[in-house]
Every structure is written in structure tokens, then in C-alpha cells.
Design a protein around this ligand. Structure first.
Ligand code: DGL
Length: 295
């Protein structure tokens, strides 16, 4: 009950601007530094196929994981403005790094000026609301980017819902570059991935739940599951975020009514559109004709 209340508060934030059209209707925006947010978009589309979506991958400036707070905030705010300018009443930051480093400032400082009637939501809070209930040992491992690990967001948020849970983190700085370049399933890629998973487990052998705290990681989720001991659950955020989004939309009919429902998805990338189309098609299994956006 308390968790539901806190969730509603956290996904209820604040205002935005006069800059955009008041109470515009449009697609639900989904943003990531690159391809990772597609793992969230896929689950959201499966669960809520009636809505329109506008995906924005800032592939040209990916990865965000090792960048400073200021740079991640600046890039994320640019993306949010772009999606607002295209009519999105609601944006999901389907990127843990952006959720950890930029979301709060955008919600508190920028949204009231930009578009108070719109909303921007992240992926860390909804995930931490449910993760504590999944562990039997009370030991949870988090694999994430350097930025997300340093922010301590997972430990801070998880302890709000499950104060006794022990959280152990491992930064995996090579993983996003491997995935963005399509090298993640090469022999060399697998060596890097396994090394980080092993380092996490060496820190705490009692871990029985591993959270993929970066939206790129479900793309290597099967491989990670195959290299951990039996009994360890590897958890992707996509299905959790999709379920929480459905709950959120039901609780906010005024916002829900502004989300277009033609079952259409459009894609934007700051990189080469042909490369994006090819890779994103591989991840989503649908034809993609992306549009270039310049930052
Ligand atoms: N998908 C982003 C995340 O969830 C990747 C960050 C990056 O670009 O390094 O953190």
C-alpha cells in the first residue's frame, strides 16, 4: 500500500511548460542513449499495444554511462525537449543512467517551465519497488553502467522499499559499447561480459537476484543467465516498467486521454538511420524506418 502510494507520488511529478502546446495529444515518448530503450519499448508495446510511441535513440552520443552528471543532464534535457516538441505528453526515460543523473532535475526544475501538464518518468524507481520481493536470501546484485553505480540510485531506492536487502553493484563499462557496435556476442565480447558477472558474484556469493540495471543488458540477458549458477534469477526491467506504466496510466486519466491510440510507433535516431533501422529491426523484429534528428 505504502509502496503503491510512493510510486504514484514518484511517477506523478510536476509541471512543465508554456513552450509546448498545452494539453497536446501525441505519442508516448521513449528515450535512451541508444538501442537499450528498445528492450523497454518492446515490453511496453506488448502490454499496451493500443498506444502510439515515439522512440528516440541518441546513438550518436552513446554511451552515456561514463559521462559526467552535467553532460548526461544536458543530453537528456535536449531529448526531452525534442520529444515534447513532437507532441509527447508523457516521456519514459528508458535509460538508467539518465534516470539516475538527469530525471530529478528535469522533473523539479525544467518541467515546471517547459510543460507543466506533461510528465517524464524514469525506470529505476519502478524497478526497485518490486525487486526486494524477488530475493529469498536478501542479497541482490546490480549490473549497471559506471554512472548508475556511482549514483547509488539502486541501493538508495531499494532500501526505501526493502531496508534489509543487501545491494552489491558492479559497473560494466564495456557492455554498452559492445552492444552498440554489435560486438556483444563475439568471443571477445563474451569474455568481457563473463568477467564482470564473475566479479559481481565474488563480492557476495549469497546473491540470488541479479538486476540488469541498464536497459541495454537484456540484449545479453540469456548469455548472463547461462553463466551464473543455477538458482540465480536475472531480472530485466522491461516487463516491470510496462506493468507500472499501465498502472500509472489508469491512475492518471487526464494524461492517458492525451496519449494517441493508433498503435503506431515511430523512431528517431541521432546517428545513421540505415544502421539504426538494421540494428533496431534485429532487436524488435519489425520493419523500422527511422528519422534522423540532429543534436
Ligand atoms: N541504456 C542505458 C542505461 O540504461 C545505457 C547507458 C549508456 O549509454 O551507457 O543506463
Amino acid at each position: 500500500m505504502v509502496a503503491v502510494f510512493i510510486f504514484i507520488i514518484s511517477w506523478t511529478f510536476v509541471p512543465s511548460s508554456k513552450l509546448m502546446t498545452m494539453n497536446s495529444t501525441g505519442p508516448i515518448g521513449v528515450f535512451d542513449s541508444g538501442y537499450g530503450g528498445l528492450t523497454v519499448l518492446k515490453e511496453i508495446r506488448n502490454r499496451l499495444p493500443q498506444y502510439d510511441y515515439l522512440y528516440l535513440g541518441d546513438n550518436a552520443r552513446s554511451p552515456y554511462g561514463n559521462r559526467s552528471f552535467d553532460v548526461v543532464y544536458e543530453y537528456t534535457l535536449e531529448a526531452v525537449k525534442e520529444l515534447f516538441s513532437r507532441g509527447c505528453p508523457l516521456i519514459i526515460l528508458a535509460c538508467n543512467t539518465a534516470s539516475a543523473k538527469a530525471l530529478r532535475t528535469i522533473q523539479q526544475n525544467d518541467l515546471p517551465l517547459l510543460a507543466p501538464e506533461n510528465r517524464v518518468l524514469g525506470v529505476i524507481r519502478p524497478s526497485t519497488e518490486v525487486i526486494g520481493a524477488l530475493t529469498k536470501t536478501g542479497h541482490v546484485g546490480v549490473l549497471a553502467t559506471e554512472g548508475t553505480v556511482r549514483s547509488e540510485s539502486y541501493a538508495i531506492e531499494l532500501h526505501k522499499f526493502s531496508p534489509d536487502t543487501r545491494v552489491v553493484q558492479q559497473a560494466c563499462p564495456m557492455w554498452v559499447p559492445l552492444i552498440e557496435t554489435g560486438s556483444h556476442m563475439t568471443d571477445a565480447g563474451k569474455v568481457f561480459i563473463k568477467a564482470d558477472v564473475d566479479t559481481l558474484l565474488r563480492q557476495d556469493p549469497k546473491i540470488d537476484v541479479i538486476v540488469l540495471g541498464c536497459t541495454h543488458y537484456p540484449l545479453i540477458g540469456d548469455y548472463i543467465q547461462s553463466v551464473v549458477p543455477e538458482g540465480i534469477r536475472v531480472i530485466a526491467q522491461g516487463p516491470i516498467v510496462a506493468e507500472k506504466l499501465e498502472t500509472y496510466l489508469k491512475a492518471h486519466p487526464e494524461l492517458e486521454s492525451r496519449c494517441l491510440k493508433n498503435s503506431k510507433t515511430h523512431f528517431l535516431t541521432s546517428e545513421n538511420t540505415e544502421v539504426f533501422n538494421r540494428n533496431a529491426q534485429g532487436f524488435l523484429g519489425i520493419e523500422i524506418y527511422s528519422e534522423h534528428v540532429h543534436f
